[in-house]
Unconditional design. Structure first.
Length: 86
């Protein structure tokens, strides 16, 4: 049965994050990023990227290129860009 309320959707996402579902980690990371919580976003994107989530690698490449919550790092930018392209 699919969640039908925002609360159920949030609870479902949290459960999926707890078990390291890469798609849920990517979604939760974007939610944190959009609210200005860059540290948690980067943490979740890092986990998701390690699990093979292409979108998370793309988001990390942007973070390191633009310096959102981190120092700009061209090596990490290139690394995550290449991982997203594979």
């Amino acid at each position: 049965l699919a969640p039908s309320t925002e609360e159920e959707i949030d609870q479902n996402l949290k459960k999926r994050v707890e078990v390291n579902d890469p798609d849920a980690l990517d979604t939760a990371a974007m939610n944190h990023f959009q609210s200005g919580d860059y540290a948690t976003a980067i943490e979740y994107w890092g986990k998701a990227a390690e699990l093979g989530n292409i979108e998370s690698n793309y988001h990390l490449s942007t973070v390191y290129h633009e310096g959102f919550g981190v120092d700009r790092d061209m090596k990490k930018y290139i690394y995550h860009s290449e991982q997203a392209a594979i």
